[in-house]
Unconditional design. Structure first.
Length: 626
């Protein structure tokens, strides 16, 4: 192992002003030195996690090597009362100290030391390379835009640097979205570095390899946003750090990759390398859809959970990312702990540090496995690829010509003022809320307005639907298209085909393109005040069909007459009341655990259909003979 490689340590808390460790809370404009000489040996730089708790005013915090002038950069940006953590890779001053500045108000600060390096990482005076607010590196970024900037050969970073550490900040985004950072010249990875909600200022540390010409690229998905990039140091070519040219997603519990959501108090192990020469890894960990104020801790598997946190979450808050350099534990694994509530976790690998991987038997990730059922009791074919995780839904508006000759659209002489933004807002209100509640957040939808589809005079809903499907490529997995006519109904195609394999049970297969799943509804569904049924929840109904849910029947002849199902129901044309769906649908979707369901065979049991003691609704499954 090279002497210069990163040396991970058991995460150690060196400052917690809430408890007087390192002094009292920092006041506005205060700079404080923190001596780390007793915690790291022969170090020129350190890896930290810095958490700011409950500032009394909107503020930012800057961290830099002790003894140097205050840089014009920031590491954390917070609103009053927030709790936020961010990783920091920073050089040490000559006396092994770092400096911290709190800009405004009064704020408690927590600092955890995660490891150190003697030469692998070389800290520099933090320098701003990109500030789109001032036109440095380009203007404010629009949706799907990519910019690149010079990373090697500037700001104290030599041309031979294999990677840089930088704090990347999204400033005042117009919509929720994310930033992805990667070496220029290689393919954009399916990962994210900074996740944000509208109006927020969100920073995150990024470690990224230098690409063609020593440059780094940034991709923005969302509405529009300003971006800051502050370089804090670089990695030497012979220092033992191996950046990935294409960062890799190792865990995404939204999609069942390494299990589903973490429960309160749960510890889950994740294998981050199968090599034998890895001592530590560079990861980005993102918490999504937390149900409680909580924290997540990451540490090497096989050792005790440290009294430290990697990131902090709030109930129903935005996605929270944080970078971490962490040692690998037994069998090349790390451990992840969720303190309270439930949460989805995403883990992206950005590089490895040379070292010695501890031996051991890996503990395989839990997989989402709906309990198998047989034809002898119940024919159920779960489809977790559709109903577990997250669907990113592209929202379009189909504009119908006034002179239409299409037999369907000729019924509607007037046109409504329907926008993609308005349709997306309606879908968030009625559909996002329902599906998250019914699935207990095992399934979620995000709705992003994309644009308009103009059709010819002789074209109809088929064209609107097929065009929306064709134009909604990655990262979208589903599509919703609304037209500008007063019609209040809709339909959907689910991209799913029934097949009859040699096995006795029917089964589902997903179509080659996930965006074959598209819901089409008339503009009367979403145009507020346009028609008496403007609160209609047809969008919920049609999106239910994209999950391969059929209509259910209450009586033998009418497929729309089951009031307990969003894809049927006597209130289909005016869903102003509560919306629900059959427990059977939720069970097939994987939202009700198999062990929570009792299958009663006819004539073998007497069942009292009353609410269970723990609350909720009991479901009875009575198989048909044969």
């Amino acid at each position: 192992m090279p002497e210069a490689s990163f040396v991970p340590i058991q995460p150690t808390r060196v400052m917690d002003t809430r408890r007087g460790l390192g002094g009292p809370a920092l006041s506005g404009g205060e700079t404080r030195l923190l001596d780390l000489s007793s915690f790291v040996a022969q170090a020129s730089s350190v890896s930290l996690n810095v958490t700011v708790v409950g500032p009394s005013a909107d503020t930012f915090v800057t961290v830099w090597p002790g003894g140097q002038p205050v840089p014009d950069t920031s590491n954390l940006n917070l609103r009053a009362g927030e709790i936020r953590a961010n990783a920091v890779l920073v050089g040490l001053g000559s006396d092994a100290s770092i400096a911290l500045l709190n800009a405004f108000g009064r704020a408690d600060v927590i600092v955890d030391v995660l490891g150190w390096s003697s030469d692998s990482f070389v800290g520099v005076t933090p320098t701003r390379l990109v500030d789109t607010r001032k036109g440095r590196g380009g203007g404010r970024m629009s949706n799907e835009q990519v910019i690149s900037f010079q990373a090697a050969g500037v700001a104290g970073v030599p041309a031979e640097a294999v990677a840089i550490a930088a704090n990347v900040t999204a400033v005042d985004p117009s919509r929720e979205g994310f930033l992805t950072v990667w070496p220029t010249g290689s393919s954009r990875p399916d990962t994210s570095n900074v996740n944000f909600a509208a109006g927020m200022t969100v920073p995150n540390l990024v470690v990224v390899g230098t690409g063609e010409g020593g440059r780094v690229s940034v991709y923005h998905f969302g509405g529009s946003t300003d971006v800051l990039v502050d370089v804090t140091g670089w990695f030497a070519p012979d220092g033992g750090f191996r950046p990935l040219t294409s960062p890799t997603r190792l865990m995404d519990t939204r999609r069942g990759t390494c299990g589903v959501r973490l429960l309160p108090g749960e510890i889950r192990n994740l294998r981050v390398t199968d090599r034998q020469d890895v001592g530590a890894v560079a990861l980005n960990v993102t918490a999504v859809g937390a149900t409680a104020q909580s924290f997540v801790t990451v540490w090497p598997a096989g050792s005790s959970r440290p009294d430290a946190s990697t990131l902090n979450t709030v109930a129903s808050g935005p996605a929270t990312p944080n970078f971490i350099s962490v040692g690998v534990g037994d069998a090349g694994e790390i451990s992840l702990y969720n303190d309270a509530g439930t949460v989805d976790l995403i883990v992206d690998l950005f590089g490895t540090f040379e070292g010695s991987t501890p031996s051991g038997d890996p503990s395989p990730c839990p997989e989402f496995q709906p309990s198998p059922v047989s034809r002898s009791d119940l024919i159920v074919v779960p489809t977790p690829q559709l109903a577990i995780g997250e669907d990113r839904v592209a929202v379009w508006v189909c504009r119908v010509p006034q002179n239409t000759t299409n037999s369907f659209y000729s019924q509607w002489s007037d046109r409504l003022d329907v926008t993609p933004e308005g349709a997306a807002d309606h879908a968030r209100t009625v559909a996002k809320t329902f599906f998250e509640s019914a699935s207990k957040r095992r399934y979620r939808m995000t709705f992003t307005p994309v644009g308009y589809i103009d059709i010819a005079a002789d074209q109809g809903p088929d064209t609107c639907e097929s065009e929306a499907a064709a134009r909604s490529g990655p990262p979208f997995t589903n599509a919703l298209v609304v037209d500008d006519t007063p019609y209040g109904g809709g339909r959907a195609t689910n991209g799913i085909k029934w097949i009859q394999p040699e096995l006795p049970n029917d089964s589902f297969v997903q179509a080659p393109s996930a965006t074959d799943r598209v819901a089409w509804v008339g503009g009367g569904t979403v145009a507020g005040g346009a028609v008496p049924s403007d609160c209609a929840r047809t969008v919920v109904h049609e999106l239910g069909h994209t999950l391969a849910w059929p209509h259910s029947h209450y009586s033998p002849d009418d497929e729309y007459d089951n009031p307990m199902d969003i894809v049927s129901g006597t209130d289909l044309t005016n869903f102003c009341g509560s919306v629900h769906t059959l427990a059977f649908n939720r069970f097939v979707a994987g939202w009700i655990d198999r062990e929570a369901v009792v299958v009663h065979q006819s004539g073998r049991s007497t069942v009292d259909l009353s609410p269970p003691a723990g609350g909720g609704t009991e479901m009875l499954v009575a198989p048909m003979p044969g």
